[in-house]
Design a protein around this ligand. Sequence first.
Ligand SMILES: NC(=O)c1ccc[n+]([C@@H]2O[C@H](COP(=O)([O-])OP(=O)(O)OC[C@H]3O[C@@H](n4cnc5c(N)ncnc54)[C@H](O)[C@@H]3O)[C@@H](O)[C@H]2O)c1
Length: 338
Amino acid sequence: MINIVQIGYGYWGSNVARNISLSKKTNLAALVDKDPNRLEAAENTFHDRVELSTDYLPFLNDPEIDAFALAIQTEPSFEIAKQIMQAGKHLFIEKPMAENTEKAIILNRIAKEKNVVLHVDHIMLFHPIIRRIKQMYDEGELGDLIYFDISRMNLGPIRRDVNAMLDLAVHDLAVIDFISGGKEPYHVEAIGEKHYGNQETLTYLTLKYPGFLGHIKSSWISPIKERRTIIGGTRKMVIFDDMKTIDKLTIYDQGIIEVGTEYGSYEFKARSGDITIPYIAQEDALRNSIEHFADCVENGTESIANGDHAIKIIRILDEAREKMKINSTEPKPENEPG
Ligand SMILES: NC(=O)c1ccc[n+]([C@@H]2O[C@H](COP(=O)([O-])OP(=O)(O)OC[C@H]3O[C@@H](n4cnc5c(N)ncnc54)[C@H](O)[C@@H]3O)[C@@H](O)[C@H]2O)c1
């Protein structure tokens, strides 16, 4: 069992802390939050089972502590993540690992120099449905990938340090990377708009990978919550709807086939087949993510969501942000001077 200090007990941090404390592989040794109200909330949940503090510094040199979980906003987490790993402690860090590639590379370098496990909470890699889809693709059941069409939207929270794309599409890019076996896009396009505050609240990201397309919609201003991934393969297509309860995955044995005509040419026809909803046992993806981290610490292995993987994702998001800047310039009306 590994001893973890968690920094940040906000909206998401409360889920992380609950799972660390419930897992048999991890022990929540202490919770740190600079906001005393959040510590009061933690006390109501954990009573005296967990040490509470507003300061993480004393834990950095505590030999009883193996690792830290960092669940604070992205921008301030960079300096703290550096300190944690420089102190030789393993790190579970919330997504996105950093706001840009430059910072992500620095964190990854420190993890390697200090030989500590750096695990980014790309939680969807640990979701049982995504794992099933990955298995289907690896075993040839989907055929070749032809597209990913993903929408991740809800109303808020409006964040100030990252935009909706960095907040949400990071999950979807991690999924595409995981399922496709590490394919990287060779063309990235993006548009977005800042409706409230200084960050884009709605973004559309389009990607061209070798052999398939990606389209990812990320929104903090939607009246409905949607977490839907459609994946088209040449043999089968799947829809993963994470808002459903037991029927999250639907498999369509359908596609387009090429048929010969009597004139010796070919035409393309829709092929209909079974639509199935497989039984997949429910698992908590966050618990799986935490336990994968714990296993890596125990066994001295690399996380599948390590720094190298996170850098690939953040690099795409950096390029998308640049494209979004270029694409946000409104054209001047005709006849307007210079
Ligand atoms: N993996 C996921 O699916 C998922 C889902 C939601 C959020 N997140 C990530 O979790 C992180 C936190 O998001 P949130 O919605 O919980 O934010 P939040 O604002 O609700 O909580 C952040 C908490 O960190 C505390 N904090 C900030 N700086 C601190 C410091 N220097 N020392 C101690 N405490 C500090 C704040 O007081 C606050 O309680 C973000 O990086 C977000 O992207 C991940």
